[in-house]
Every structure is written in C-alpha cells, then in structure tokens.
Design a protein around this ligand. Sequence first.
Ligand code: UD1
Length: 429
Amino acid sequence: KRRNFTQSLIMDKLEVFGAKKLKGSVRISGSKNAALPILAASILSNKKIILKNLPNVKDIQTMIKLLESIGSIVKYSKKKNSIIIQNKNKLKTFASYNLVKTMRAGILVLGPMLARYGNAIVSTPGGCTIGVRPIDLHLKALAKLGINYKIIDGYVHAHSKKKLKGAKIKFPKKSVGATENLIIASSMAEGTTILSNCAIEPEIKDLVNFINCIGGKIKWIGKRTLKIHGANNFKKNEYTIMPDRIEAGTYLIAAAVTEGNLKILGIDPNIIKTEINILTKLGAKIKIKNEQINIKGTNDIKNINIKTAPYPGFPTDMQGQLMVLLCKSKKRSIISEEIFENRFMHVAELNRMGAKIKTKGNKAFIEGNTNFKAAELMATDLRASVSLILAALTAKGKTTINRIYHLDRGYEQIEKKLRKLGANIRRVS
Ligand code: UD1
C-alpha cells in the first residue's frame, strides 16, 4: 500500500557513510529566503510574473500552495525552476494554519493582502522550533500604515478602513520578516513611507529589486533606510531569484570539515564575505575567481569566539554548521547565539557523536579535538539537520539521521549534490 506524502516525509531517513574528503564542483541553487517574500509580494499584482531560479524545496512548494489557496494561478514553466504567476483581480484574503504552520514566512502574505484589499485573516506562524518567533514587530509597524488588528484563536484578523497610508516607521529591532512585510505593504500604500533600522540581508535587497522590477518605487536612501512611494499599477515582468548564501556557506563548511577541495559555483562571493573571512581565519584556503569560490580544507583548524548577528554579521542560519567545524579545532571556541533563544538543538546530537560541547544560556562552549563517531540521530530543525550531515560526513561508519523532512524544507537536492562530490549518502524510507 502506498504511503501518503506526509507519512513518507516523516519516515524518510538519511544514511551517511563518512570519512571521505569531498571533491569537485557544486552549483548553488536559488535562495529560499529570497524567494519566499518575493512569492508573497506577487499578491500585489494582477499582471503576469515570471520567476526564475526558484529552489525546488518544500517551503517554496508550501508558499505556492498558499498562493493557489487564495486564487493565484501558478504554472510551472518548461524551463527548470521557473514559474509563471497570474493573479486574478480578486483574491481571497485568508491564509490557513495548515499552510502557515510549517513555514513561518507564511506571515509575509499579511502585508500584501492588506495593501491590496484592506483586510486579511492570516494564521500566526509555526516554523522551526528554534524559539518563540513572535510577530509583534510586523503588526506594530503595519498598524502605523493604518491597520487595526486582533489575534483570535491563533489567527491575525486585520483590516483598514481606508487604503494603507505611507508613514515614517523606525523598527525598534532589526527583523528580516518585519522589514519584508513592511516593504511589500508600503509598496502599494498611499504616499511615501520611510522605513529605518531595516534589516539589510541580501534577500531583502533582492525583494526590493523584484518589486522595482514589476513597477515599484523603492529606493535605499541610507544604509538601513528605505524610501518607498506607493504604486498602484504593477507591470508584467520576469525576475531571477538570487543564489542561496546559506547553501553556499554550508558547502564551504562541508569542504573545510572533510578536508576536501571544492569549487562553489554561481554565488557572488561579496555577499558571503563574513563567512569567507572567518573560514580563512580558521585555516581554510580560499581563492576567489569571479563567481567561483575555491576552498581547500586543512587538518589544522584554529579556534574562534564568535557571535551571530544580523547581516553583515555572521548568520544564525550558519551557526550549527560552523559549530561542527569548530569541534575539529585543537582549542576551545565559544559561539554566542544572539538571534534565536533556542537554537542549540544540534548540540545534544553532536555530543552523542563524540563532540564536547556545553551550553549556558545563549553561549556554546566547544572543546574541540573531536573525531566524530557514527551514530543514530534525530534532526530537529532545518539548519540543525544539515549540521548533523556535516558531522556525519567526517565520521567513519554509518550515521542514520531521522526526521529529515526538516532538511527538505530548505536544501535543494542535497543528497544528489553531495554524492556528486564523492559523499556516500542515501535516503531510505
Ligand atoms: C529570517 C529567516 C531565517 C533567519 C532569520 C534571522 C526567512 C524566511 N527566514 O527569519 O532563516 O534565521 O531571518 O536571520 O527569511 N522578532 C521579534 N518580533 C517580531 C519578529 C522577530 O521579536 O515580530 C525577533 C525574533 O524572535 C528574533 C529576531 O527578532 O529574535 C530576528 O528575527 P527575524 O529577523 O524576524 O527572523 P525571521 O524573519 O523570522
């Protein structure tokens, strides 16, 4: 009897037979975190939009399902990784818990629904188990554009009497999602909006470029300040999603941790300068040629004390992967997790593989000198899952990683890409 899709996602495991140096070249896919807000922003327009370089991962499929559930017509183009979106004049303004629960970015449809239709009922998000993940910054900022809201039974009920009205908004804290929601909403508000203390992750710049490409009027007027003139008529156009910097960083660490030799293709090295500088400091040999990064690992990894921070700081989405590499150092390192309060779930699993990591509050103390041992493991969130794969790639014998549905949310064809680099990895259901 065929199992249904959800069952198979829950049952799938990965088996990794490690201790192989990765070699060869890997092409980076489109960015999940850039594609999600861009898909949400498509709600603003009733003209044809072609999106290219979308990664084929679960979160993107979920966001497309969400768009379809409100009435968008989404067609998969013959060209790989491209879709065509055609919105009707009238879309539904409801996003269900079922669609938003696995993917926090579902909350990003709130801004465009309110901007275009003046009302929305959107489930509050689920997402990773890495912390509380509130949406107060989104809601308080949207209120400044003129909306009223209430949270009833896990849903945000929001409406505005008139068209949203441009305002001056200073975010009290840097938030990727809140910045994105407000950029999208104010792109269709009346008059001018000034957003300051914005998050400036490259994915946010990609969102701004996309909206401008379909007729938006958004300008960076300071390092963290945007000036947005509301637009009414968006035009048809096509847009290519930027490459995934977190995927690129993950493969850089895969090279470093297996003492391998990789060419990373299709990523602008400038957007991962921080990661490249840190890996160089830790001993990896990195050479950059246009959009190609060559990296060679070493068996002499240095140690470091580091904090995660909003861009251009070291990304929280790379924290687990870096921790695996630091386990290989001869000396002790400290990582402070400054963005999410509960993002050390990989630690217990890495310790089961022989790592010596202690956590206290938001700090992880990594003793180093670890030769990872194969084990049976449980993946807990997207980036934690990939960190377990990285550790398993260095461990002799068979490591089994359960619950890899987390991984499928964000990494395109990871087993295939790793196998091409010489890894012995397979999926079993
Ligand atoms: C995005 C990324 C995620 C990444 C994170 C930080 C997507 C789809 N996800 O998530 O992969 O790890 O940025 O780089 O792009 N906060 C509040 N109130 C709010 C919103 C956020 O207090 O209303 C807090 C969060 O709890 C967190 C911090 O602000 O401590 C940053 O979160 P935010 O930048 O909003 O992350 P996301 O947009 O959810």
